[in-house]
Design a protein around this ligand. Structure first.
Ligand code: UTP
Length: 297
């Protein structure tokens, strides 16, 4: 029986340079997919997986993120007075229970591994999840929930894994596979951002993890890796070296890289088309655009 995963770390202290100038004043995680900020999708996924404590690793300029999870008494009173119950309910879903949410500062953007390490005292000796809100995953069952269920069988560390074409390997951590058992993959090594010809497989790590507290110990060494950053992948790979289990999990669902402009636009189209209140108007517009593009060619 594994210990239950009830804590999740959300590293949101990156500089978000790919979205400049917007991210000069708006945290990337507050950017909106249809009508909800990226961070709301991440929180909903975590809640569906049974997470009870939400730890945000933030940095300067991210106060909009903290405000987002506060109650807004004036707004709520105004909606109540006007009888706008549906909106009131939408708003109330964003409120977090007092004490369920914690904010830690990463004073310098030294890498994802370093950001996770900043949460070590709140994690203490428990297994924990890490969710990167840039990766938005659409699917029937929340990706993290699928992983928690698989982790109950495997224990150890688990990373969400997705097939990518060789040309894209250099943008990801890539798994070297020892054996496979359905959606679960036993990992024998992990390589951060390899060249296409050096990639040991086509299975890439994306932004969902279940980690043991040993990973925090590994991060204590502050080893710098690819790009001169303290990489989370390296600290997980150290677990393999230590003879402890590391697994990849081929999740069911569609992942959008909302940390990139093209990925964000694709997610906007997909989520827009999935919304009953927008589908008809939006798909008509997209069809018109496609027809215009074809006519121009
Ligand atoms: P990215 O690699 O996407 O970096 O980080 P970034 O700074 O957010 O964005 P770009 O590349 O400059 O556009 C992946 C995740 O790791 C977090 C980010 O907030 C994001 O959720 N991160 C990264 C930190 O919290 N701290 C860091 O030092 C680096």
């Amino acid at each position: 029986m594994q210990r239950k995963v009830t804590k999740a770390v959300f590293p949101v202290a990156g500089l978000g340079t790919r979205f400049l100038p917007a991210t000069k004043s708006v945290p990337k995680e507050i950017m909106t997919l249809v009508d909800r900020p990226l961070i709301q999708y991440a929180i909903d996924e975590a809640r569906a997986a049974g997470i009870k404590e939400f730890i945000f690793v933030t940095s300067r300029g991210k106060s909009a993120l903290e405000d987002y999870f506060d109650t807004s008494p004036e707004l709520e009173a105004s909606l109540r007075k006007k009888g706008k119950d549906e909106l009131l309910e939408v708003l109330q879903q964003t409120n977090m229970e007092s004490g369920a949410i914690a904010y830690i500062r990463q004073h310098r953007a030294l890498g994802l591994g370093h950001a996770v390490w900043c949460a070590r005292r709140l994690i203490a000796d428990e297994p924990f999840a890490v969710i990167l809100p840039d990766d938005v995953i659409a699917g029937e069952k929340s990706c993290l929930q699928q992983m928690v269920e698989a982790y109950e069988e495997t224990g150890g560390c688990m990373v969400a894994a997705m097939e990518v074409p060789p040309a894209k390997a250099s943008a990801y951590g890539i798994l070297d596979i020892e054996s496979e058992d359905g959606a679960k993959v036993k990992v024998k090594a992990m390589v951060e951002k390899p060249k296409a010809e050096d990639a040991p497989s086509n299975l890439a790590v994306i932004g969902r993890y279940i980690l043991t507290p040993d990973v925090m110990e590994n991060l204590n060494r502050m080893k710098t890796g690819a790009g001169g950053e303290i990489q989370l992948t390296d600290a997980i790979a150290d677990e393999i070296e230590a003879g402890r289990g590391v697994y990849g999990y081929r999740f069911r669902g569609q992942r959008f890289d909302c940390g990139s402009k093209a990925g964000f636009l694709q997610a906007t189209v997909a989520f827009g088309l999935a919304r009953p209140d927008l589908r008809e108007e939006f798909s008509e517009y997209l069809a018109e655009m496609a027809a215009l593009k074809n006519a121009a060619q």
